[in-house]
Design a protein around this ligand. Structure first.
Ligand code: ZN
Length: 131
């Protein structure tokens, strides 16, 4: 099941919009959700961030004490998920999604599935380039 941080109505709306704005990314999240629910004993997908305005991104960069950079979240090309899986389960999802949905075949160093901590805490970041 797909859930939203703090049962946020704003996130729920962004999720509905994402289906039309970026169906490719929407499908990657659906794939993740179906997989973890069926294979990892009913685990849910918890979305913590989808769209960001430039102002919201500026705030995050300030908090993280890094120079401002434009995030894929500002372009509807990124979704953040809460970590509610074991490390080995996350590793499986990382390998699976990065193999099934390569970010950009000409830039294999950039990944679709990333686990990182950039000022907003440890989380899973899923992004896409090709649509
Ligand atoms: Zn992100």
């Amino acid at each position: 099941m797909i859930k939203f941080k703090n049962n946020s109505k704003k996130l729920e709306k962004e999720w509905q919009d994402l289906e039309h704005i970026n169906p490719f990314l929407y499908n990657i999240i659906c794939f993740y959700n179906t997989f973890i629910y069926n294979i990892f004993q009913g685990k849910n997908t918890i979305i913590t961030n989808i769209y960001r305005t430039k102002e919201e991104q500026e705030k995050i960069c300030k908090k993280a004490k890094v120079k401002f950079y434009k995030s894929v979240h500002c372009l509807w090309r990124g979704v953040d998920l809460r970590i509610n899986l074991e490390d080995w389960q996350i590793k499986i999802m990382e390998l699976l999604i990065n193999n099934k949905f390569p970010y950009d075949k000409t830039r294999p160093n950039i990944k679709t599935f990333v686990r990182h901590n950039i000022g907003v805490g440890d989380h899973i970041h899923i992004q896409n380039y090709t649509t």
